[in-house]
Write a protein that binds this ligand. Structure first.
Ligand code: PMP
Length: 423
């Protein structure tokens, strides 16, 4: 019954924060967009499997067979969760960042890539070996589609091209017009990959229905924080590419040549890009989360989350110093991710005070989306992670932002406390 406390350094002083009181989690972790807490079902499934863990694909023993079975059935569960087409591949990776780097490494020669400047760095930066066109931040979903169409019209005809777009922004939480962008990409002979890191935990993502070529997401944002991610979609570019990692598991046949070299025949299945012993628990936990979310029903989850979004929006709207960041306007549909600045406040100090004085964990900074936050803040922005918490005087423009994010399992009390604290 004694409160469990953490001692946290806040503005140079150690402050004691209650984390658990009377058996209840007292600390309101409202930072789901960074990493979401594991669902109980995920903990339970992982705990039940852990004693039977064995290496996959190679062992003759019972535990290896069981683990291989769970690993491969997890692939089918994820394919179903994402509404994959029959010939799509599901590749297990470490994260969304890893998935998009894998795809970047698999681009055909001379591929052009189109991205908006609004992307998370994980979808903005991996394409550096390709010819990249970075598009201005649109101010409506319609503008996003028009801007992409204009750019694609001007592209090299018949060459391979890829569009990379996020489904829900990790800064504003706003939903992007994925279906329309996919239609525009395909109309101009380009492919499209969906960064579903922030979309998949909050909304159903159906690759077939959205008609995207690939989708990527991370387990730790989908309530499965055990170090795995997913890249799912078209097999052809993946099959034709050099393996992402070279090693055991990716190779079907390896032979020493008489001239001293080594010949390799690589797999053409997802295994081609999964060399080395895979993270079975990470993969199994993703499948467990997919099942739990499907069983809970996205209809129920979305309705509950939208209730929390409206509580936060209404609360913030009552504070004149607060400016909520948005590209598409205040009424644009969004997931439970909301960033804002408070006039006269340094965002880092504000976030530290929410933690130390109210037991609320949010994030401050530029959220690995520097160009977007710079646009939203109207020019200058600095990341506290890189150069220390930027000092600003009362009344000065904030150089970074505060982000509150939540999802499945967030109690009303946490967002109500957040609103009270901001007020
Ligand atoms: N894309 C988006 C939209 C994200 O929010 C994030 C994580 N903040 C990533 C990609 C990268 O995810 P990870 O760090 O799990 O690789």
């Amino acid at each position: 019954d004694r409160p469990i406390c953490a001692s946290l350094p806040v503005l140079g002083k150690d402050v004691t924060v209650p984390l658990v009181t009377g058996g209840e989690v007292a600390y309101a972790a409202l930072d789901y967009a960074a990493s979401a807490p594991a669902l109980q079902r995920v903990w339970d499934d992982v705990a039940a499997y852990a004693p039977y863990y064995g290496s996959v694909h190679r062992g003759a023993g019972y535990l290896s067979q069981l683990s291989t079975d769970l690993f491969e059935s997890s692939r089918r569960t994820v394919a179903e969760f994402l509404g994959c087409r029959a010939d799509d591949q599901v590749v297990f990776t470490r994260s969304t960042t890893d998935s998009l780097n894998l795809l970047a490494a698999a681009l055909p020669a001379d591929c052009e890539v189109f991205v908006f400047e609004t992307e998370h760095h994980a979808s903005l930066l991996p394409w550096r070996d390709a010819r990249v066109t970075c598009l201005d931040a649109p101010r409506t979903p319609g503008q996003a589609v028009e801007s992409l169409e204009r750019a694609l019209v001007g592209r090299r005809p018949n060459g391979p091209a890829l569009v990379c777009v996020t489904g829900a922004s990790n800064v504003t939480g706003e939903l992007w017009p994925v279906r329309e962008l996919a239609a525009a990409a395909h109309a101009h002979g380009a492919r499209i990959v969906l960064d579903a890191a922030q979309l998949a935990p909050h909304h159903p993502v159906d690759i077939t229905e959205l008609d995207v070529d690939w989708a990527a997401f991370s387990g730790h944002k989908l309530y499965a924080p055990f170090g795995s991610g997913v890249l799912a979609g078209r097999a052809d570019w993946l099959q034709d590419a050099e393996p992402y990692l070279a090693g055991g598991g990716a190779s079907r046949k390896v032979a020493r040549r008489t001239d001293g070299g080594v010949d390799v025949e690589w797999h053409t299945t997802a295994a081609r890009h999964e060399a080395g012993s895979p993270n079975v628990i990470g993969v199994y936990s993703i499948a467990s989360a997919c099942k739990a979310l499907t069983e809970a029903g996205f209809g129920t989850l979305v309705a509950r989350e939208q209730h929390l979004v409206s509580v936060v929006r209404a609360g913030l709207a009552e504070v004149p110093e607060v400016r909520v960041l948005s590209l598409f306007g205040d009424d644009a549909p969004r997931v439970g991710v909301i960033s804002f600045v408070v006039e006269g406040w340094n965002s880092s100090h504000f976030a530290a005070a929410l933690s130390a004085e109210y037991g609320i964990g949010v994030r401050d900074g530029l959220f690995c989306a520097h160009p977007l936050v710079r646009t939203l803040l109207g020019g200058e922005a600095r990341d506290p992670g890189e150069c220390g918490a930027p000092e600003s005087e009362p009344g000065e423009k904030s150089l970074n932002a505060i982000r509150v994010s939540f999802g499945a399992g967030t109690p009303d009390e946490h967002v109500e406390r957040f609103v009270r604290a901001v007020k």
